[in-house]
Design a protein around this ligand. Sequence first.
Ligand SMILES: NC(=O)c1ccc[n+]([C@@H]2O[C@H](COP(=O)([O-])OP(=O)(O)OC[C@H]3O[C@@H](n4cnc5c(N)ncnc54)[C@H](OP(=O)(O)O)[C@@H]3O)[C@@H](O)[C@H]2O)c1
Length: 248
Amino acid sequence: MGQLLGKVALITGASRGIGKAIAQKYALEGAKVAFTYLSSEEKARAFEEELKAAGVEAKGYKSNAGDYAQAEELIANIVKDFGGLDIIVNNAGITRDNLLMRMSEEQFDEVIATNLKSVFNTTKGALRTFLKARKGSIINVGSVVGVNGNAGQANYAASKAGIYGFTKSVAKELGSRNIRSNAIAPGFIATEMTEVLGEDVVADWIKGIPLQRPGQAEEVADLCVFLGSDRSAYITGQVINICGGMSM
Ligand SMILES: NC(=O)c1ccc[n+]([C@@H]2O[C@H](COP(=O)([O-])OP(=O)(O)OC[C@H]3O[C@@H](n4cnc5c(N)ncnc54)[C@H](OP(=O)(O)O)[C@@H]3O)[C@@H](O)[C@H]2O)c1
């Protein structure tokens, strides 16, 4: 407990799934929690109330992760509302799966904007704040398919691979200012995103996982607590798999 005491964290896409679990663990560890959502208005409001009722300084912001101007406004509002910003977890993400033969330009662009451009948007938006404070931790949520590829997910895999190049470049540019940038690569995690997959698809995935089960959002959140905390002060520019051994 208290690993993130007093730190202000932004978690994008935290109305449900992995983002929500991260926000919950961050709150438990003493962080002040700013989070975003896009369409799950009711869930986001209820979550904000739940955190506040537990005595956590928290606020949910409706903000489209893929929109540069909205990200700029978001960061400015967080700094105004919370008095600073220490950690960004770029978690918001979507899938628009289709075989390349059938994939539309819109399906490609939507995934790149939400999953990849979003990471540029918030990082740029927070840069001045991080530089002034001479500290900051950026955690970008990738996926094992960003390294391995996956049939039917050329758009998604490209967006996640792009995150890794961005993460490492930022680590090289900003390491001298004590700003860290890391990515995590979850494997198969049980959330609404994976709920839509058929039983046979899930069984196939599980066969390829040495730990023989899907991961839990809370397990991913634990890694994000570590990367946001000062316990990981000497870790930057890394892509850390959290996948039950699926990818080695
Ligand atoms: N689940 C897995 O197996 C898995 C594996 C590897 C990586 N990941 C990655 O982990 C992250 C979270 O996945 P998840 O499984 O928790 O997904 P999820 O259950 O579908 O939740 C996605 C979250 O992102 C938000 N979001 C979507 N588009 C947004 C946008 N344009 N602006 C702001 N927020 C937006 C959603 O908010 P609204 O509900 O308000 O739209 C929701 O809170 C994603 O980056 C995903 O690619 C997941």
